[in-house]
Design a protein around this ligand. Structure first.
Ligand SMILES: [Zn+2]
Length: 291
């Protein structure tokens, strides 16, 4: 009996030594997926946990992990289009996060390796988790006004004071990149060197584009309408400071999902645009001649 007990004890010790310990990062991702699916009726825990998110590298002002997923181009793909995809920079634009998760799940199933994608489906988790959700982050700063502005007459703060009627929702902070979330996007742009940045918002029901490529005329139900940029916005920083084209997708409603058909049409149109119009400048179109 004693022999059996000690044999069992040995087995137990050996099993516990060799059992795979879940990494702290995986646990953080699982907890964040629980939070997101608890907050958004349109994102299930499964849809979030299906995605192979990085072990968190960046955290919000309230210390929530910021999820990132990467889908690399096939090895050997010459100079692939690199898309940095940002959802939920404004926490009260719930559909921008949910739709980004739908597209991320589509990519997860059908990634062909033709392009290189880097996804941040929820850039402002603190804003989303607040009740009610807020546009601004936990420090009450509009992250989409907290980037380095192009040389302009007015700084983001001056613009807010003089032109934005000092509305709290648009407060850019005392200085650019004061916030961990905008620093994170800034660092990703430096590190990833995207060919194009796609940022999802709501509820203006349109597309906007800043850059020198031919913009998409429509994605599903959304049509192109140039609005111009604001000092400190991602569009202003991406194109006018870094020379990286920025496509802004404004869904129709912040709190109502587009139909599954429209979600799918927008994705198909986006991928078609990426394939034909978003090539890096030095890449020759298939069968084309260098000018
Ligand atoms: Zn927005």
């Amino acid at each position: 009996m004693r022999v059996i007990v000690s044999f069992l004890a040995m087995l137990f010790v050996s099993a516990s030594l060799h059992a795979a310990q879940p990494a702290a990062g995986a646990d953080e991702v699982a907890q964040m997926c629980k939070k997101i699916s608890g907050r958004l009726a349109s994102v299930s825990y499964k849809e979030c946990s299906n995605i192979h998110f990085y072990q968190p590298r960046f955290y919000s002002a309230n210390n929530l992990p910021i999820l990132e997923a990467h889908y690399a181009a096939k090895t050997g793909t010459k100079n692939p289009v690199r898309i940095l995809f940002i959802g939920g920079i404004h926490g009260d634009e719930l559909s921008s996060v949910s739709v980004t998760f739908k597209w991320l799940n589509t990519l997860n199933k059908h990634h062909s390796g033709s392009f290189d994608w880097h996804f941040v489906p929820l850039a402002n988790p603190d804003g989303l988790m607040r009740r009610p959700a807020t546009r601004v982050n936990a420090n009450n700063i509009d992250l989409n006004r907290n980037f380095i502005p192009a040389e302009a007459e007015l700084t983001p703060l001056e613009y807010w004071q003089q032109r934005a009627k000092m509305r709290k929702r648009y407060y850019p902070g005392q200085a650019p990149l004061s916030e961990p979330e905008s620093k994170m996007i800034h660092k990703l742009i430096e590190e990833y060197r995207p060919t194009v940045i796609v940022s999802v918002h709501a509820p203006h029901g349109m597309l906007d584009f800043d850059g020198d490529k031919q913009p998409p005329q429509r994605l599903g139900p959304l049509y192109l309408r140039h609005l111009g940029t604001y000092p400190g916005s991602l569009g202003n920083y991406g194109w006018y400071v870094k020379n990286i084209p920025v496509l802004t997708i404004e869904l129709q409603y912040a709190g109502i999902m587009p139909s599954p058909q429209d979600i799918s049409k927008m994705w198909v149109d986006l991928v078609r645009w990426v394939r034909y119009k978003a090539k890096p400048k030095n890449q020759i179109a298939e069968g084309g001649e260098e000018p």
